[in-house]
Design a protein. Structure first.
Length: 301
């Protein structure tokens, strides 16, 4: 290997300085780029390549190697982006005659379908909670809001008394991007919430309790970690084998709405998705269910 093509690694340091000062990229992103480029340099050393030996084929082989090391599709896409911006910078600086990463095609992201609970399991979970006691009333209201209104965990934990309108049957919440939306309270969710506010919450209030809706036994706002634990415990007590967590109930909310004939745009608004493409994953869930039904019940399925 000639001195001209030997890759000592100082280019990585220069590039990281560039992205830090000129592009203002975060320290975490700089670390991610460093890991990619150091892995590439190590691969080049093993293969006997210098920087000027690298073409599109060599970079494609590097990505294939990373894939064989169990790197997922999303991580491979990020790796490909790192290579593209690094080699574009090298070519722009005149360090390379051409940009070998420009033709690279990043792997398509994996279409991971969300898990859901069967409607019967949701019913079993909710009805297994004894709401006669304050904590039971609280937990029933929490689970009803996850499943009946599709709240995110952060939205439920930040809900306040002044955000509830029982007469109009809605809850005003602040979601991602600090965006406010109105969430309807279904009959079951409204009843569970009314019951908790009249029986459960007053028993949990302490002298310094604020207006947060859902309280701990100490009268403080429930943390996201504690809510996850409550959902997990209630699912175990209900005898459900499936792992249950707050976002699973939100997924189930959307999926069951779609199965019931709700318009995708309405579901998008209810979930607070900024982009309809995010909501469209639920159509894949419904299509998968339809295929399973066809295969199971049609004579030529």
């Amino acid at each position: 290997m000639s001195e001209r093509t030997h890759w000592r690694g100082h280019e990585i340091e220069e590039f990281l300085l560039f992205v830090a000062t000129e592009r203002g990229l975060s320290t975490a992103y700089q670390l991610s780029i460093r890991q990619t480029l150091e892995a590439l340099r190590h691969w080049c050393q093993q293969a006997g390549h210098g920087l000027e030996d690298l073409g599109t084929d060599e970079l494609s082989r590097f990505l294939t190697q990373r894939k064989s090391e169990s790197l997922g599709a999303s991580s491979l896409r990020i790796t490909a982006v790192h290579l593209k911006i690094f080699f574009r910078w090298l070519a722009g600086k005149g360090r390379l005659a051409m940009d070998p990463a420009e033709p690279l095609r990043a792997p398509k992201p994996e279409q991971l379908l969300p898990e859901t609970l069967h409607a019967a399991d949701c019913k079993q979970l909710l009805e297994s909670i004894d709401a006669k006691e304050p904590l039971g009333a609280r937990d029933r209201a929490i689970l009803e809001l996850f499943y009946s209104s599709g709240l995110r965990l952060s939205e439920l934990c930040s809900a306040r008394l002044e955000h509830i309108d029982m007469e109009e049957k809605f809850l005003r919440i602040t979601g991602k991007g600090n965006k406010t939306r109105i969430v309807p309270l279904g009959g079951c969710a409204r009843q569970a919430l009314e019951h908790y506010l009249s029986l459960g919450r007053p028993a949990l209030v302490k002298r310094r309790t604020g207006s947060t809706v859902f309280l701990s036994v100490r009268g403080a706002a429930l943390s996201p970690e504690r809510v996850r634990e409550i959902v997990k415990q209630r699912a175990a007590q209900a005898g459900l084998d499936q792992r249950v967590y707050p976002h699973l109930l939100r997924h189930s909310f959307a999926t069951h709405l779609l199965e019931g004939g709700a318009d995708l745009r309405v579901i998008q608004e209810l979930l607070g998705h900024a982009d309809i493409a995010t909501t469209q994953i639920y159509t894949h869930v419904d299509q998968k269910r339809l295929k399973q039904v066809h295969k199971s019940f049609h004579p030529r399925g």
